[in-house]
Design a protein around this ligand. Structure first.
Ligand code: GLC
Length: 533
């Protein structure tokens, strides 16, 4: 069972794409040796834990979520020793490290699949899900519907169809096969023995298939996931297990079990509603989704984010809301991808610093453990013309030097952003280090201010009534520190805010502003306030 309060409750996470951060050997790909030289930068943001995206050997057809060897390091990113050096260097700075683990599927290049397809009698045949026809499990939705016509693909060599929930280069593993359980537990132990602090478990709802169901969230899946949790509890206490399950809050509840499954689940549905509220100037989407979020077992936690390496997913909204979000945030067809939007945070906000600050402060005021996505700490842009989700995965912009100071190579794994206003020559860490008003400085300020307030880190949330749809107010309270009143103007026009009963100080006003008791707080357009008595 989970401790009442463990380290991840109060932490801020940072999502790191090793390939994108810093190339130490000039091959055009970021690597662990390069990332080690940037750990001081990551630490300086005020984050506590790094989530390392897949770093395994892989043909990279799904950017590493297609694993060809579960216990190795992709040669472009370094060696296992480099990984260990990274882990040690992070730990030496007080940064924890969790890694992605993809249990649902591997790559067609994985030796298991190669052996399985070549020989029906191979012991590996049963590691995958086969059928003579593409008809089974027809109630299962297709996730990558832009490119995959079916969850079944015929394999000439195997002479049968194999099952895959994602790309056809990612065959699903068969969890009805006990050997797959053993393999996966062995993989988890391998990394835990190296000293990692936990896993972000990718795509966990889809482990089992059963006829007559949508093949998501099945009871058998939870039985296996509880087994994973037992392994952590019994052999590696203190490590964290995080679920990536893009589901409604009530469907996520079983992933916490009775506090005996995941410690943490991503809260997907809240994310699009933050953008929705900001665009509509209406707080209701936020209030609605938090009201729809059930209480979770003691010791467990939600995880929140504004952006990540994927498209901004619109799976957890109604079709009408999705259409509206596309019209508002993805006016050009190319900006749309699957059921989402392939844009980074700053371009989504039209490069408007007021919106950036309001949205980030709101996000950092909500219950849950926040995650920042690399590059968003300086407000990086995107390239919607790159394939798939790659437009949000371009090289980190360190300086105005060649390749943004990311790499000495002639060609980098993806081009750096070189068009205004997100051009690396003007938008980079070096420039922002010298500017007290930069996005980088504001990111540090917001995180430091949040982390200094126990109420914001882990307090209870109580709504505060306002009679203005655009003015969102709630209080976070805890026994460990003063209550913090969080107040936002989600609209593009100034509004009178609520009237405090005592003088209140605004933690977000860097000049240290105090609002007197008895007078309505004047709210500038798109503004955020963290008020303490
Ligand atoms: C998760 C990852 C995504 C990947 C998919 C399939 O949703 O976030 O990037 O494509 O799983 O592995």
């Amino acid at each position: 069972m989970t401790e009442p309060k463990a380290w991840f409750h109060d932490a801020v996470f940072f999502e790191l794409n090793i390939r994108a951060y810093r190339d130490s050997d000039g091959d055009g790909n970021g690597d662990f040796r390069g990332a080690i030289t940037k750990l001081d930068h990551i630490k300086s943001l005020g984050v506590d834990c790094i989530w390392v995206q897949p770093m395994y050997p892989s043909p990279l057809r799904d950017d590493g979520y297609d694993i060809a060897d579960y216990t190795g390091i992709h040669p472009d990113f370094g060696t296992l020793d480099d990984f260990k050096a990274f882990l040690d260097a992070a730990h030496a700075r007080g940064l924890r490290v969790v890694i992605d683990v993809v249990m649902n599927h591997c790559s067609i290049d994985h030796p298991w699949f190669q052996a399985a397809r070549a020989d029906r009698n191979s012991p590996y045949r049963d590691y995958f899900v086969w059928s003579d026809t593409p008809d089974k499990y027809s109630e299962s939705r297709i996730i990558f519907l832009d490119v995959e016509p079916s969850n079944w693909t015929y394999d000439e060599v195997a002479g049968q169809y194999f099952w895959h929930r994602f790309y056809s280069s990612q065959p699903d593993l068969n969890y009805d096969c006990p050997a797959v359980h053993d393999e996966m537990l062995r993989v988890l132990r391998f990394w835990l023995d190296l000293g990692i602090d936990g896993f972000r478990a990718d795509a966990v709802p889809y482990l089992y298939e059963r006829e007559g169901t949508n093949c998501e969230n099945l009871p058998e899946t939870h039985v296996f996931l509880k087994k994973v949790r037992r392994l952590l509890d019994e052999e590696y206490p203190g490590r964290v297990l995080i679920a990536e399950a893009n589901q409604w809050p009530e469907d996520l509840l079983p992933y916490f079990g009775d506090g005996d499954e995941f410690h943490v689940c991503f809260h997907f549905p809240i994310m699009p509603r933050l953008y929705m509220a900001l665009k509509r100037g209406d707080k209701m989407p936020i209030i609605d989704i938090l009201s729809r979020t059930p209480p979770i077992p003691p010791g467990t936690q939600w995880m929140t984010f504004l952006r990540n390496h994927d498209e901004l997913t619109l799976e957890m909204v109604t079709p009408e809301e999705r259409q509206w979000m596309w019209e508002q945030y993805a006016p050009e067809p190319r900006m749309r991808l699957n059921l989402g939007i392939r844009r980074r945070l700053m371009p989504l906000l039209d490069n408007d610093r007021r919106r950036w600050l309001a949205l980030n402060a709101l996000f950092l005021s909500l219950p849950g453990t926040p995650i920042l996505y690399y590059g968003d700490e300086i407000g990086m842009g995107d390239d919607i013309w790159l394939p798939d989700r790659h437009g949000c995965r371009t090289p980190m912009q360190w300086s105005a030097d060649k390749n943004a100071g990311f790499s000495a190579a002639e060609r980098t794994y993806l081009p750096v952003i070189d068009e205004p206003p997100y051009d690396y020559r003007t938008l980079n860490v070096a420039v922002q280090e010298n500017d007290p008003d930069s996005i980088l400085a504001l990111t540090r300020f917001l995180l430091a201010t949040r982390q200094a307030q126990p109420a914001l880190r882990s307090g209870a949330l109580e709504w505060v009534e306002t009679d203005d749809a655009a003015v969102l107010a709630f209080q976070r309270t805890t026994e460990d520190g003063p209550p913090v009143l969080c107040l936002f103007n989600l609209s593009d026009s100034p509004r009178p805010g609520i009237t405090p009963l005592t003088d209140v100080r605004d933690l977000l006003a860097r000049e240290g502003r105090v609002y007197p008791a008895g007078q309505p707080i004047p709210l500038a357009s798109f503004s955020a306030h963290w008020l303490v008595a």
